[in-house]
Ligand binder design. Structure first.
Ligand code: DX5
Ligand code: ZN
Length: 215
């Protein structure tokens, strides 16, 4: 069974508490929170105060995807706010191994994310430090883009290496996931599907979550 992490980027920000409650009640394994700084990606979304408010509104697992240039400056604030998982881009600035170790020392799950142009192999040295690796299947910055099929080769390469090293590291995919392409994405070895528009843009978002989870 696939795990699902609906991206609130496509939720109704004026009714975020309601949308997150719906997503958790429908069986979401995580809630994906997209943080953008207008520098690492050409868009600005939400930050620490929103995570803090979400933490009060839900017991759901908060999967915080940091699309920011200087994660080191902010990871403690996001953990203080209640993030359950901190997801840093490999292409961002700073000492990745040190940041990941720091996150884990605080009892929070640690993840690395790669953009479409970054090879899967660049994550291999970090795998033992990770609870999860996120493969971006669109250029980060916006919801509603089309899935890049090449990302499935990266999932397969990561799955093979994680198994070869005997590690307990989950693979998440983010961008362009929908009910149609999800079976193939799961078959490639993906554990967790992030879905924004496919969930919150669906006529029945709760049903979309349940359908994705059944895969
Ligand atoms: C894009 C974000 C994604 C986005 C996915 O930069 O990281 O999480 O919300 O949206 P969809 O599922 O609509 O492609
Ligand atoms: Zn994301």
């Amino acid at each position: 069974m696939a795990k699902v992490s609906p991206s609130i980027l496509s939720a109704d920000f004026a009714n975020l508490g309601r949308d997150v409650k719906m997503a958790v009640e429908a069986g979401s394994d995580m809630i994906h929170v997209d943080v953008m700084d207008g520098h690492f990606v050409p868009n600005i979304s939400i930050g620490v105060p929103v995570v803090k408010s979400l933490r009060k509104a839900t017991d759901g697992f908060l999967d915080v995807h940091l699309m920011i240039s200087q994660p080191e400056r902010y990871i403690d604030a996001f953990m203080d706010a209640g993030a359950d998982l901190i997801n840093i881009h490999l292409e961002a600035e700073g000492d990745m191994a040190a940041m990941l170790a720091h996150v884990r020392e605080r009892g929070v799950k640690a993840a690395l994310t790669i953009k479409p142009a970054t090879p899967a192999q660049s994550v291999f040295p970090y795998l033992p430090l990770l609870d999860m690796v996120l493969v971006m299947s669109v250029e980060p910055g916006f919801g509603g883009q089309s899935f890049m099929p090449d990302s499935l080769d990266k999932v397969r390469a990561l799955r093979a290496e994680i198994d070869r090293q005997g590690l307990d590291c989950l693979i998440e995919i983010d961008g362009g996931v929908n009910l149609k392409n999800a079976p193939e994405i799961v078959a490639a070895g993906t554990d967790i599907l992030v879905a924004g528009s496919a969930v919150f843009g669906a006529p029945d978002p709760a049903e979309a979550i349940r359908t994705l989870k059944r895969l």
